[in-house]
Design a protein around this ligand. Structure first.
Ligand code: SF4
Ligand code: SF4
Length: 351
């Protein structure tokens, strides 16, 4: 489990256990959920539509064997059902806010009954922007409910009537792989439900989503030129696990993610000019686009690297990067190349 999430989760549980620290515990829980939801947001905002139905770990044991779309649906359907049918006893967000049609889901269950290709087929039917809006609405609605809880609410338990009610909703499949959920939820008090599904369940599935997206990026980069348009090396980039290269649709490099159209300005400009990288451009020395933006602390290093490629070629540049990483311990090239591109180029030439 991610160390910071695991630590927040542990602290949150300890705080909730005591009346005096209950409010801090709820605050910690909300912060943990916010941090986890940021990951969902980043994935939805930066990954191409096709990514959401891919199963790069198909057949594996564990949550990472699912798809990104299924993971989002599953996390928030379970939360919607538990928060609204069991705790608040009002209407689920899926129905109250009319999300079912918008999301395009052919079912209203948690999805536990699906496996293998059925998960991929289900995922292909979902409208991802609408699914994300549904997830957001469920999160906000649950956060609101959590803020209103008192310490006494945590001990509230559920009887057989609640189990019957949950069955009648049809939101949990009768299949063996899903039906157990009702007994599991009804065996807990509200504090137990805060752990599962409002916090730990999120952590497990968001971590699985990270594994899926990292694998998709790795697969996307296979066979693709590992030198980025701006002059960085994807093979040596500290974002390599997260980014699928600016030469693929899995481009989640920092300048791409902050650009309105999701494409790095250097990549867009090179493509428009029909050149393989900025080293093929006669404006490289003075360019201020994308990575070469003066306020970017990596501008000088990227420019120097592109100039090195212009002089020595991509292969020699990649070999140089390997030598530098073997010799020095650094994440970003600017850590060893500094902020002056002439000086940075000189260091590259001497290495
Ligand atoms: S951030 Fe840039 S250099 Fe790093 S992997 Fe992505 S495209 Fe390549
Ligand atoms: S103008 Fe700048 S971003 Fe465009 S190709 Fe030239 S160096 Fe690259």
């Amino acid at each position: 489990m991610d160390r910071s999430w695991s630590e927040m989760n542990r602290e949150m549980q300890a705080l909730l256990a005591k009346k005096a620290t209950f409010a801090d515990g709820i605050g910690k829980l909300l912060a943990l959920r916010e941090s986890l939801f940021e990951q969902v947001t980043q994935i939805v905002q930066t990954f191409p539509a096709e990514a959401f139905a891919q199963m790069p770990f198909a057949g594996a044991e564990g949550y990472h064997s699912k798809t990104l779309a299924y993971s989002i649906w599953h996390i928030f359907r379970i939360e919607d059902i538990v928060a609204h049918e069991m705790i608040a006893e009002d209407r689920q967000v899926l129905f109250a806010q009319g999300f079912q049609g918008a999301v395009g889901a052919p079912l209203i269950t948690t999805g536990n009954e699906l496996s293998g290709e059925a998960i991929a087929a289900f995922s292909r039917q979902l409208n991802i922007p609408a699914l994300y809006r549904y997830a957001q609405a469920v999160k906000e609605s649950t956060d609101q409910m959590l803020r209103q809880l008192s310490p006494a609410d945590l001990k509230r338990r559920f009887d057989g009537g609640m189990a019957d009610k949950l069955r009648r909703t049809g939101c949990v499949s009768e299949a063996e792989s899903a039906a157990w959920l009702i007994g599991y939820w009804c065996g807990k008090d509200v504090l137990g439900l805060i752990r599962m599904p409002f916090s730990r369940h999120w952590i497990m599935h968001v971590e699985a989503m990270q594994r899926i997206k990292n694998r998709l990026c790795k697969l996307a980069r296979k066979g693709v030129n590992p030198v980025a348009y701006c002059g960085l090396s994807c093979n040596h980039c500290f974002l390599g696990a997260w980014c699928g290269s600016c030469r693929t649709v899995y481009n989640t490099c920092s300048f791409a993610t902050v650009s309105p159209d999701g494409q790095c300005p250097n990549a867009a400009c090179c493509q428009a000019k029909g050149i393989v990288g900025c080293w093929g451009c006669d404006r490289l020395e003075s360019c201020e686009k994308g990575f070469y933006t003066p306020s970017n602390d990596g501008a000088a290093a990227a420019r120097a690297q592109a100039l090195y490629i212009r002089a020595h070629g991509e292969k020699a540049f990649l070999q140089l990067q390997s030598r530098l990483h073997a010799k020095y311990d650094f994440e970003k090239a600017q850590e060893i190349l500094g902020q002056d591109w002439c000086e940075a180029l000189r260091r590259l030439e001497e290495s």
